[in-house]
Design a binder for this molecule. Structure first.
Ligand code: NAD
Length: 306
């Protein structure tokens, strides 16, 4: 059996070595395609492999077609919107993610971005503090729960809305459950977004929602850019000079946001949430273990295409 690591943005070296230990320890072969510049290279690399580990790399119908022996793709990370699930299911390929493995890294970044925003981008002027502020966690999955854990230490008053997570789980993380998106945004000084990009959530964060926030509201996005209705958010920020937006996923309209709101908008240059050595190692090794367990024992616990 052959396992390919196909990463446009490579894993940390130590993560690759960890993956190699797991894969070779199971008696499989490991192949590596890093920093590829053309899709053709990916199409060639997948041709004879049984399993692929990816990060934000695109696995579409064409890649799946080229991968004649492929049995499993594991996205080392949480979001799997870069894989064509339908095409994979049609080809009988199992797709998995590695939930939770990078959640602390993303949560720490979200908290850092909140502080950056409320300390006025460290511009030398007087800002505010997290302590005592109302924090809204929009989706209380792995990242949201970690944000709540850290925010508890900061003395924040924590609220949450999640369409599927139980109240009991939310309360375990010190999150007061609210019953609607509107209630969350109208209650909270800072809202941290942790919804996945789905048909239901795409473009759902718009002026009608963010406009409910109290004066001085801060929206922090470490989730996905597709969930934001950018045109609507730009109009709202023009009308409401008190609102701030900080994001780890550069908007399509980055240049417009930056030109219009230089003191109230910030985007990381590249998605950085999971860019830590720890998250790389955790997610990469989890991916390798899941592949071995799937190929050897048929374990499909983390399958996302049913
Ligand atoms: P998760 O699957 O653990 O949690 C997602 C939560 O969203 C679940 O609790 C689910 O019930 C909830 N949810 C789904 N649809 C919803 C809806 N319509 N309304 C409200 N809640 C809804 O995922 P996670 O690991 O916590 O990741 C959260 C987000 O962060 C995802 O968008 C993921 O892609 C993104 N992410 C970004 C980075 C980064 O580098 N910035 C890294 C990891 C994850």
């Amino acid at each position: 059996m052959k396992v390919l690591i196909a990463t446009d943005k490579p894993f940390a070296k130590v993560a690759v070595e960890g993956i190699r230990t797991v894969v070779e320890g199971a008696g499989f072969e490991l192949a590596l395609l890093e920093k590829y510049t053309e899709k053709k290279q990916l199409l060639e690399a997948v041709a004879q492999v049984d399993a692929v580990i990816i990060r934000s790399d695109i696995i579409d119908a064409e890649v799946l077609e080229a991968a004649k022996s492929l049995k499993i793709v594991v996205r080392a990370g949480a979001g799997f919107d870069n894989v064509d699930l339908e095409a994979a299911t049609k080809k009988g390929v199992c797709v998995m993610n590695t939930p939770g493995q990078n959640a602390n890294a993303v949560a720490e970044l979200a908290i850092g971005m909140m502080i950056y925003a409320i300390r006025n981008q460290y511009n030398g002027t007087s800002g505010t503090e997290l302590k005592g502020k109302k924090l809204g966690i929009h989706a209380c999955g792995n990242v949201g729960q970690n944000v709540a854990r850290i925010a508890t230490g900061f003395g924040m008053d924590i609220y949450g809305y999640d369409a599927y997570c139980s109240k009991e789980v939310m309360e375990k993380f010190n999150i007061k459950p609210l019953s609607s998106v509107a209630e969350l945004y109208s209650t909270c000084d800072i809202v941290s977004l942790h919804i996945p990009a789905t048909a239901e959530t795409k473009n759902s964060i718009n002026a009608a929602v963010v406009g409910l926030m109290p004066k001085g509201g801060v929206l922090v996005n470490t989730a996905r850019k597709e969930v934001i209705d950018e045109v609507s958010l730009i109009s709202l920020m023009e009308e409401r000079p008190d609102l701030r937006y900080v994001t780890d996923i550069m908007p399509a309209a980055h240049a417009t946001f930056l030109a219009k709101f230089p003191d109230r908008y910030f985007s990381t240059p590249k998605k950085m949430g999971a860019q830590t050595a720890e998250a790389n190692i955790n997610a990469g090794i989890a991916a390798a273990r899941q592949i071995v367990d799937f190929l050897v024992n048929g374990n499909e616990t983390f399958r996302v295409n049913k």
